[in-house]
Design a protein around this ligand. Structure first.
Ligand code: NAI
Length: 257
């Protein structure tokens, strides 16, 4: 309890999966949570549920691939809550699952627009507020696929590789402002994105597909959103005050081989 007391935290992609778990855990730890997403119904419900439990939360309809959408929402968060202490760049899409020689420019651009430019825009527009406070923590959701590869979804691998190094560059650029920037690298986590990825890959039986993914992880199973949310809470909190430019791998041993 209270690991994030007094901190105003923006979470992008907060409606579903990992983002929703982060929002819940961060709110339970005393953070005031600003939820950014496109799914109005899910996110309004989440903000309301948290509010009913006495946890301060509000929702903004934001498309992270639009700089104007991100900028105006961030200004509005500051107007409403007075400051920004934490940004979790979580919104992401898997994109087209085709080999490189079949990818269209539009398919490539869409994934980079959400997964890479989305991180840039939110980071760019929280930085003035964090620099003013001479403090802040930015947590970027990369992936095991930002560290190693696999023979599928080429635009996604490129985007997550970019996020890994964007995190380190920003960690170095803003360290003297008291702002920390770290990346998180989940293995397969059972979320709507992974279910969709299995369907797009031709999996007919989701339970069977999940079983196959389980076997890729030395611990014997895929992860759940809370496995990532607790790592994010740590990086957002002052418990990690000496941690910047680091890669927090939470993958059931996937990349240990
Ligand atoms: P998800 O698909 O379950 O949820 C993603 C959320 O992002 C949704 O609420 C969606 O509406 C939102 N979103 C998508 N595009 C958006 C946009 N343009 N603007 C605002 N919000 C947008 O995904 P999941 O699995 O929870 O993934 C979250 C993050 O974790 C992503 O960045 C993903 O790449 C990363 N990740 C996920 C892994 C997994 O196995 N689930 C593994 C490694 C990384």
């Amino acid at each position: 309890m209270n690991r994030l007391k007094g901190k105003v935290c923006i979470i992008t992609g907060a409606a579903l999966g990992i983002g929703r778990a982060c929002a819940r855990r961060m709110a339970e730890e005393g953070g005031t949570v600003a939820l950014f997403d496109l799914h109005d119904e899910d996110c309004t419900f989440l903000a309301q549920t948290l509010g009913d439990a006495g946890l301060p939360a509000a929702y903004w309809h934001v498309d992270v691939s639009s700089e104007e959408s991100v900028r105006s929402a961030i200004d509005s968060v500051v107007e409403r809550f007075g400051r920004i202490d934490v940004l979790v760049n979580n919104a992401g899409i898997a994109g087209a699952n085709k080999p490189t020689h079949e990818i269209t420019e539009a398919e490539w651009d869409r994934v980079q627009a959400v997964n890479v430019k989305g991180v840039l825009f939110a980071t760019k527009h929280v930085l003035p507020h964090m620099r003013r406070n001479r403090a802040g923590s930015i947590v970027n959701l990369s992936s095991i696929y930002g560290l190693i590869s696999a023979p599928d979804i080429p635009p996604y691998h490129a985007s997550k590789g970019a996020v890994t190094l964007m995190s380190k560059t920003d960690a170095l650029l803003y360290a003297t402002d008291g702002i920390r920037v770290n990346s998180v690298h989940p293995g397969f986590i059972w979320t709507p994105m992974v279910e969709q990825h299995l369907c797009d890959s031709g999996t007919k039986d989701l339970a069977e597909g999940r079983c196959a993914l389980d076997k890729l992880h030395p611990l014997g199973h895929v992860g759940e959103p809370d496995d990532i949310a607790w790592g994010v809470v740590y990086l957002a909190s002052d418990e990690s005050k000496f941690v910047t430019g680091s890669e927090l791998v939470i993958d059931g041993g996937y990349t240990a081989r």
